[in-house]
Design a protein around this ligand. Structure first.
Ligand code: GLC
Ligand code: CA
Length: 513
């Protein structure tokens, strides 16, 4: 059962490097997040997910952790982060940190010990070492020739990210340890210790990076990895019963029963992201919310979503993000009007919505050279655009010193520029989230039923006592609608109900009671 507070949770994802720099060094910091909590609240977001802010050589933007218990100096101190927890809680905002359980930096002291000539030592089996000094022992990503220790080791993502050893489901070689080997159990306990540390200091849970990656040679149902998460959940239930775990897994049917409260629908090729926000699967661009999509079909999304929804209802939540630090921004494909309809849909669905910083003003994806292992992702990680003028309000530092350049366009969207316009994307986000908080039926656990998903018709869905309809196309569309309608709680464009027929004008959205 997911934690109760998630019922009305709306998350804001912050990439700390790029949110707000308060000391002019060109890099966002914890103090900058504290400074902007009222802004986060003004959006209607009541929870944060902060990308890794721990000590790191930053070869993968902090997903290469060197010290799990220490805030990276460039962001501030542990005390600053504890202060952020307190300040956020005082405003009714919860804070999730990013837990990277599958791998560390190659500079982590555990790995240094594990890779040293001085063997055995307490960290000998903290990582996965083969008994051959050269690579090519089979089917996993091995690195050889880097360590004093004779043997090659397995990585999880980049070369700088050696995989932690949680064991093999069914070992096939002597160097592959079983999941119940004491050294392998010690890895699991070490990760619990990290969780206890931050939860004990006031954080509210974790977004869990590559949550499916723990056990090697796992089976199709990830039974080994799921067993570990169930064990972690038992610890949390006993010691931190309110703690939330959100998986980066994209298999809610597996992750939620294993103890996660929510899982993102994102990485799957049929995810909401591809079907709705940036189509990369069909030869022509059929992004559902594009006004001119030649052959739009919401069932590309529902075919996957509804199956997962049915399998996980009451167990946990499917999280629908606007995008994240690993994807192109939705503004890459959608203009402001299209984004308004896309967000109207995402923010009125069951489960837990996540808004990536800057998507509320339609920040653009910028073509940039790679930074800190970002590669194509770098363009979605640029500084938040607060206001016109120096560095768009991100930093008082020199433009050259910024972590990444700000959007140079003369019409780069800013918070300040959209504040005054009631119909801006920013204020549309606020209005939609306000409605979600006001209507329990629109929240995570509210009922959900699809009424019309036919091509060439408006999409119509029911959330308890409310009927919602959206027409992203440039044409007027209609469908039959049973039942009485007494009022429209929210409307964009034109929507009309008459004698059992719902007519939706071009690019329209409506919430009816
Ligand atoms: C996840 C993170 C991504 C990171 C990778 C390795 O996918 O979201 O940013 O590079 O894991 O930790
Ligand atoms: Ca700074």
């Amino acid at each position: 059962m997911a934690k109760k507070w998630l019922g009305d949770a709306v998350f804001y994802e912050i990439y700390p490097q790029s949110f707000r720099d308060t000391n002019g060094d060109g890099i966002g910091d914890i103090e900058g997040i504290v400074e902007k909590l009222d802004y986060v609240k003004s959006l209607g977001c009541n929870a944060l997910w902060i990308n890794p802010c721990f000590d790191s050589p930053f070869r993968d933007a902090g997903y290469d952790v060197r010290d799990y218990k220490k805030v990276a100096a460039r962001y501030g101190t542990n005390e600053d982060l504890y202060r952020l927890f307190d300040a956020a809680h005082a405003k009714g905002i919860r804070v999730l940190l990013d837990l990277v359980p599958g791998h560390t930096s190659e500079e982590h002291p555990w790995f240094r010990a594990s890779a040293s000539a001085d063997q055995p030592n307490p960290y000998t089996n903290r990582y996965i070492w083969t008994d051959q000094w050269y690579a090519g022992c089979g089917d996993l990503p091995y690195i050889a020739g880097e360590a004093e220790r004779s043997g090659s080791y397995i990585i999880n993502f980049f070369k700088c990210q050696p995989a932690l050893n949680y064991g093999f489901l069914e070992p096939r070689q002597p160097w592959q340890l079983p999941m119940d080997h004491p050294d392998v159990l010690a890895t699991r306990e070490a990760m619990k210790d990290v969780m206890r540390f931050w939860l004990g200091h006031g954080c509210d849970g974790f977004r869990v990076d590559m949550a499916a990656s723990l056990v090697k040679y796992d089976d199709g149902n990830k039974s080994g990895t799921c067993a570990i998460w169930r064990d972690v959940r038992r610890m949390l239930d006993a010691e931190f019963p309110e703690a939330v775990l959100v998986a980066e897994w994209c298999r809610p049917d597996l992750s939620l029963p294993a103890g996660f409260d929510a899982d993102f629908m994102l990485n799957d090729p049929h995810s909401h992201y591809s079907a709705l926000l940036r189509d990369y699967n069909s030869p022509v661009d059929n992004t559902y919310f594009r006004k001119d999509a030649p052959d739009r079909d919401i069932n590309r999304f529902f075919d996957v979503y509804l199956k997962w929804y049915a399998a996980t209802k009451g167990v946990g939540h499917i999280a629908l993000p606007t995008c994240n630090h690993d994807t192109l921004r939705p503004a890459y494909r959608l203009d402001a009007e299209e984004l308004k309809l896309a967000y109207a849909f995402l923010f009125t669905m069951p489960g837990v919505p996540f808004l990536y910083y800057g998507d509320e003003i339609g920040m653009r994806y910028l073509e940039l050279p790679t930074k800190e292992g970002g590669y194509f992702r770098t363009g979605s990680r640029t500084p938040m655009q607060w206001k016109a003028g120096k560095n768009l309000g991100f930093s008082e530092g020199d433009a050259d010193a910024l972590y990444l350049p700000v959007d140079p366009a003369s019409d780069a969207p800013t918070v300040e520029g959209q504040e005054g316009d009631p119909d801006s994307l920013l204020n549309t986000v606020r209005a939609l989230l306000k409605l979600r908080h006001a209507e329990a039926d629109l929240q995570a656990d509210g009922p959900f039923e699809v009424l019309c998903a036919e091509k060439g018709r408006p999409l119509v869905y029911r959330r308890g006592s409310l009927t919602l309809a959206v027409n992203p196309s440039g044409e007027k569309l209609f469908t039959d609608l049973e039942g009485e309608v007494s009022e429209a709680l929210y409307m964009r464009g034109m929507a009309d109900v008459n004698a059992g027929r719902l007519v939706m004008g071009p690019q329209s959205f409506v919430v009816l009671r």
